[in-house]
Design a protein around this ligand. Sequence first.
Ligand code: ZN
Length: 109
Amino acid sequence: MKRLNFTLDKNTVSLLNTLAVKYYGGNKSQTVRAALESLAARQGHDGWVISGYTPLRIDHEVSCHTCGSEQEEGKVLFKPVFEKGNSPEAIKQIPSEEWVECQLCIDKQ
Ligand SMILES: [Zn+2]
């Protein structure tokens, strides 16, 4: 166990007291631990998340990443833009193979 010292505003202190009394017999340490565990579980994991899509006219035949449909040369498809983030959908590595989505799959999202 380690004693930590941090500063909270009045409303947060009041919320902590209320939750501690209601659920943890007034134990604030236990309340903070439970809150952190709940936050960690909800946040998912660190990695790459898709933050948007950029249109791309393809110059060769390719399959849609999601539905696998074949897409002819000259069609406009959508390439995901990744950013570092924390989400249940986060992936550890950006795949090195080509990743494009067709219009139908983009519309469904
Ligand atoms: Zn598709």
